[in-house]
Write a protein that binds this ligand. Sequence first.
Ligand code: SF4
Length: 690
Amino acid sequence: MIVAEHAGFCAGVRRAVAIAERTSEVTEAVTLGALVHNPDVIASLERRGVHRVSSLDEAEGRPVIVPSHGLPQSVVNRAAEMGLEIIDATCPHVVRLQREAARAVQAGRTVVLVGDKAHPEIVAVTSHSGPGVMVVSGAADVAIVANASDSADRVTAGITPGQKITVLAQTTQVEHVVDAVAEALRARGADVEQVNTICPATAERQRAARALASKVDLMVVVGGRASANTMRLAEVCREIGVPVLSVESVAELDASTVRRARLIGVTAGASTPSWVMEEVMDAMSEIIEGNQENVQEVGVTPPAHATPQEPEIVKARVEEVYDDRVIVHLETDETATVYLKELVAEVAAPATAVAAVGDEFFVVPDRRRKPSDTDELVASKRQADYLLLWQKLADAKESGEVVEGTVTGVVKGGLVVDIGVRGFIPASQVGRRFVEDLGQFVGQTLRLKVKEVERARANVVLSHRAVLEEEEKQARVEAFKTLAVDQVVNGKVTRLATFGAFVDIGNGVEGLLHISDISWERIKHPSKVLTEGQEIQVKILNIDAERERISLGYKQLQDDPWKSVAQRFPEGTVTKGTVTKLMEFGAFVSLADGVEGLVHISQLADRRITRPEEVVSVGDQITVKVIGVKEKEHRISLSARQAAEEGERSDYKKYMKDQRSEETMTIGDRIGFDLRKLGQYTADDGEKGE
Ligand code: SF4
């Protein structure tokens, strides 16, 4: 198996996902349509609280994340009118295409855009550039449009010699298709300007896929079916003439196709996460190595006489029991024999040890095996059990019912579990977070949700993570009922971010400790006060049960340094402080631990300055006068200018006082004063006299 040199997540998708994930850390948000075209990525974002909606009305006030392929201008405008916050995750390459189209239209050129008219990226581009954009899917369309001279619409009115045309391409287009369109236009005499707007990620993935496809005898393309670039990768490989297997996930792998291939090439669309690609590759390795414990081969081999037609399952009642068989009466009023090997999976005891007269169970009568000479009808309980188990799994998938299974082993890509048949738990579905050591689960009985059931391919895919998430959600709902504002709870810091810290307060409830609620002091990063894993007490400041969001406070449980600030720093106090931060409007000065005041720029100097840096720097010790205290609001206004004036006044007063005292001095005082100055006279000398 060879992986294409360039495959999987591109920078644009990675950026969009990162933006969505970062947003989800602070608030719930929505994406209008798919953020990126991959169902696994969308499902993962859903779990984080980034929901996919199909109209702005469904946003219900939540911020709207613009998908990587952009949104039509009209939609963005409407969102703004509705007061919705827009978080733009449009890929920069898509933005470039939008700009190129708008530029060409403004310059009076006709834009021929090579792409899929219905793709959201193209819908957005045409909306951003207004009329004057003609979308074609290939050179064949040019001929159709060029002859459409009967239309009044300039876009479809045909192509005239000398017409100024700019050829652009959907970012995921195939290069030679775009070249062919440009050539076809030139052939009709158009003045063609061709701007390459295919994104580098697309181009390099296509080149790598093409190079690989020529060396292998099967190409497996992993990615969402709605992903244009994934579909184009498949097209590119087909053009080489190699068979292509396109799969969205491991569940769609066809084991027989994989097994037949001698050398397999693998590539993945730009929106395919690496873990999906790895799961597919791991499962293929298992198939190639002949290991039956992979996703396509996880079921037990059906009994030999299983038929492709849906077998008849009937109720049976045991009437006679012998060592090697039981005779049953069927609900169809027939009598049938169930031989021991069709009664139990492992023949370890006679039938008399496992069945008794009167027992009832289901069997599958094998009417094909009815020998005409004896008229004996045989039936299989094992096959009925097997079929009913698959039915039960299919029902569990529909209803979401939890099934139990024991982990029997670790294979590449996940766990094998015994649920009556063999099931497979992909590695990504084992725990809530990535599990490094899958071996720890061997022998454990897990509660599982059924994700995929295909009896024909003996394929059952299960998820332990889904059960954990559901249980946690339930626990969270219960926990929210007991939590209250102002309650003090124990918690553990799980993660630090620039805007605050996440604290696990038990039962799956994680609250956000905003940076401003960590310390009374102004801190740049939560790590100044907290570390991951630290156990702390926090106060609940706010609860949004509907959105399951909870705000916590840490500083609220510490002594408030502002408590007696009005007494410690009454108005008029002149004191020293340290400059902690410079802003355009002034400087913050720390007067004591956790107590900071603002010196407005107009109060920093006795002359007009335009920036605080002209007179102070961070770390400077300066003298300030308190000119206003608002203890409740934690605000102190300071003035360095008034402090300086005050200083000058008091120096002057002192000078005047000294002057006055000198005037009232006696000569003796003066002499003593002068002598003191000279160090020739001491109090002791005076007392001693001569
Ligand atoms: S495929 Fe290209 S245009 Fe699309 S998101 Fe990725 S980098 Fe951007």
